[in-house]
Ligand binder design. Structure first.
Ligand SMILES: [Zn+2]
Length: 205
């Protein structure tokens, strides 16, 4: 356990001006120190999936708590934004409010996963400059919250429902229709085989 290397999730120096890069400096490594952070920031790029996401630059409301603990800084709270995408059926623009809960521990540099109490080998570390990058955490949470197949609640929903019922009716009718004549002929042959009545009679005569 002690031999496992710490996987540093941050990549070197963070940009202190990035919207989701936060400073932990004020907490001063004193366990129990807490700071609340309420701020509206511009959403970073790629905050979503191909069909729907929070547009880059749109408002992202942060309502967070930064708390110094023994192992590092625990960040928790909610993040809100408005996702915009396309209806998968009619491509009309759809939008919906997204609110996600986040919780992430950022360890002081040099801590092993065991020391931090993580089961996996991944520990998010506080980067040089006492900065943390909340962007991956927020992205993961938002992606999980978004629908894979966004749907509008406009007329295409009704069309779709009508389409479904027509298809269901069609399937029901199909089962009552007589089978394809070619299959019927084959079916007849198969049914004759077990008793082999026709050939038997021919041999006898
Ligand atoms: Zn639609």
């Amino acid at each position: 356990m002690g031999g496992r290397a710490v996987v540093k999730v941050h990549e070197g120096r963070l940009d202190p001006n990035a919207p989701l890069v936060l400073s932990t400096h004020e907490l001063g490594r004193r366990p129990g120190t807490m700071r609340t952070l309420r701020r509206t920031v511009p959403a970073p790029a790629d905050l979503g999936i191909a069909v729907i996401g929070v547009p880059e630059g749109s408002d992202l409301e942060l309502d967070l708590r930064l708390e110094a603990v023994m192992e590092g800084v625990l960040v928790s709270g909610t993040v809100r934004g408005r996702a915009v995408g396309e209806c998968v059926r009619c491509l009309t623009e759809v939008s919906q409010d997204v609110e996600v809960e986040v919780q992430e521990l950022f360890a002081y540099p040099g801590k092993t996963p065991a020391e931090v109490g993580e089961d996996d080998d991944e520990v998010r570390e506080i980067a040089p400059g006492e900065l943390i990058d909340l962007e991956p955490t927020v992205r993961d949470a938002i992606v999980l919250e978004l629908p894979f197949q966004p749907e509008c609640d406009g007329p295409c929903q009704q069309d779709y429902e009508i389409g479904v019922s027509e298809r269901t009716l069609g399937e029901a009718e199909d089962t009552e229709e007589p089978a394809d004549p070619r299959w019927a002929a084959l079916q007849g042959l198969l049914e004759q085989q077990p008793g082999q009545t026709p050939s038997d009679t021919r041999e006898k005569s």
